[in-house]
Design a protein around this ligand. Structure first.
Ligand SMILES: [Zn+2]
Length: 81
């Protein structure tokens, strides 16, 4: 498996900016979950910063807790087909 280089290290980013939503979006899945470091290629240090930044961005309502895009049919809670 090839090791991807950390985007933030490459870009010499010391602190991940929570206001940089476009950047953070790359680190969350379509469902709004934080991607695993092996998928993002981020180093441990920056992955941690990204996680903190995403949480902060959510608190500031810059990022959704759960992405809107999903299955069109709204399933009732606990109701499985
Ligand atoms: Zn890094």
């Amino acid at each position: 498996m090839r090791r991807k280089s950390c985007f933030f290290c490459k870009d010499k980013v010391r602190e991940v900016d929570y206001k940089d939503v476009n950047q953070l979006r790359r680190y969350i899945s379509e469902r709004g979950k934080i991607r695993a470091p092996r998928m993002t290629g981020a180093c441990r240090r920056h992955q941690r910063q990204v996680a903190v930044a995403i949480k902060r961005a959510r608190e500031m309502a810059l990022l959704p807790y759960v992405a809107e895009a999903g299955p069109p049919s709204r399933s009732r809670s606990g109701d499985r087909s």
